[in-house]
Design a protein. Structure first.
Length: 470
């Protein structure tokens, strides 16, 4: 009898172990599926955000450059003699072509409201009377900037879909002179989406909510019905979320993220299937829970290090002047205080400088050339300052420089910069007025800046293009 009890106990134990294992496996499988869903959701949300951010960066760059051109005094001056023809007409072509090449656009144009003629960066001009739907719609909206999708004709005569930004050009009395616009071919946006498609192993589409431009030649662009059918969701899931920044939808084993871009009225839809990911996680769990734990430790460490690195990059980016890539006031102060502690025992100098007659560059040659001058001077200052020096854009055309050396040595470097700015192979001619003081220990940056400004003022009073040690 005892023998049967032992046999029964062994069978029962095996059954319980097997049942426990099966239950644990079932629980682990469900857990892994949920983990896979959460992982995929977070992953595609981040990746989708990257796609949208990249596209929005394109759009924002187009808007900024478009408005810069719209405010350029060149256009108002040119319009005063539009009918002169000849060299005067070639001037607008050269202007548009220069901006096109500098910013990497595919087409640039200006439409005169006086003549109704559109001038293009490739040297074409034509009346918009027969092709003025976009122009009429723009004027009726009573806005200064508008994005829209349209077509352009390439060098072979084929029509190409492009994203356009249109900006109203006004004179000093707010009268409308015309419309300046830039176009970027759709292929550039297609490349962005395809790049992220390959990176995250998912399907991404751009949904045209206008439903009036895209063709089947671009497989990632879909109408609302087409995208709804592909994703297995309703059309209202797409259209009703056209005012939301991000919408998450779970459909069977698919994770779907919808992100709306208001400026161009499109929806970016990203889909990732999690079934294979769940199976991979289950297999890994069966291999070894301990191994998974050991593997997660370095992953978490790397992830934390990565986040810290990203955080530092973001802080540095937020405190760096976008145009000149030099420190802004806040970052300069932080680095200055750190450098003063580091260089406590040696001589140090603080330099304030600005560009002489800078306004004339913007007034006579356009803001783009003025920006080029700022970038040119900032690059040279950073090179001369070296690794231990600090260069910041203090405001407008004024720069501040910290140098771990005596004021006399700092003056030598700054004077060399001045000579270089006035005579260089880049054919960018400029001069700077410079004020130099000793950065004494114990004094705040605010007090030192005040004294350096006094030295700068003396340089300007004495004829500019020179340096003064105070």
């Amino acid at each position: 009898m005892k023998k049967y009890y032992v046999t029964f106990a062994n069978i029962f134990m095996v059954f319980m172990i097997s049942a426990s294992f099966l239950i644990a496996q079932r629980f682990q499988a469900n857990l892994n599926k949920e983990m896979a869903k959460d992982y995929a959701k977070n992953y595609i949300m981040l990746s989708s955000s990257n796609v949208v951010t990249h596209i929005e960066d394109y759009v924002e760059q187009m808007r900024v450059v478009g408005q810069m051109m719209a405010n350029d005094v060149f256009l108002e001056t040119w319009m005063e003699n539009e009918d002169d023809g000849g060299q005067h007409t070639r001037a607008i072509y050269d202007y548009l072509r220069t901006y096109k090449e500098l910013n990497g656009y595919d087409v640039l144009f200006f439409v005169s409201s006086e003549s109704g003629v559109g001038y293009y960066s490739d040297g074409r001009s034509k009346s918009i009377a027969g092709d003025a739907d976009w122009y009429t719609q723009f004027m009726e909206k009573d806005v200064d900037v508008m994005f829209d999708f349209g077509t352009d004709v390439d060098s072979t005569g084929n029509e190409i879909i492009a994203l356009f930004v249109d900006c109203i050009v006004r004179d000093d009395d707010e009268n409308i002179l015309g419309v300046i616009g830039a176009g970027m071919y759709i292929d550039n946006i297609v490349d962005i989406v395809n790049e992220y498609d390959e990176t995250i192993d998912s399907d991404a589409y751009i949904v045209d909510l206008n439903d009036d431009v895209f063709t089947s030649s671009y497989s990632i662009f879909k109408t609302v019905p087409e995208c709804a059918a592909i994703l297995g969701i309703s059309e209202s899931d797409i259209t009703d979320n056209a005012t939301s920044s991000a919408t998450y939808i779970e459909h069977d084993d698919d994770m779907i993220i919808l992100r709306y871009i208001l400026s161009i009225n499109v929806m970016v839809a990203t889909k990732k299937n999690v079934a294979s990911l769940a199976n991979e996680l289950s297999y890994s769990a069966q291999e070894s829970v301990y191994l998974l734990t050991l593997l997660m430790i370095p992953v978490i460490i790397v992830f934390v290090i990565l986040l810290r690195a990203i955080e530092r990059r973001i802080v540095s980016f937020q405190n760096t002047d976008e145009l000149t890539c030099t420190c802004n006031n806040r970052l300069f102060k932080q680095r200055f205080n750190k450098a003063m502690r580091r260089d406590y025992k040696i001589s140090k100098s603080l330099v304030m400088l600005d560009i002489d007659n800078f306004k004339k560059y913007n007034d006579t040659m356009g803001h783009l050339y003025g920006n080029t001058v700022l970038q040119f001077i900032a690059a040279e200052l950073k090179q001369r300052a070296g690794d231990k020096g600090i260069v910041g854009r203090w405001g407008g055309d004024e720069f501040i420089v910290y140098l771990p050396m005596t004021p006399v040595d700092a003056q030598k470097i700054m004077d060399e910069c001045n000579v270089f700015f006035q005579n260089n192979d880049a054919n960018i001619r400029a001069s700077i007025s410079i004020g130099i003081i000793e950065a004494e220990n114990g004094k705040t940056l605010e007090k030192l800046v005040k004294h350096a400004d006094e030295a700068l003022y003396m340089s300007k009073e004495n004829g500019k293009a020179r340096s003064t040690i105070l």
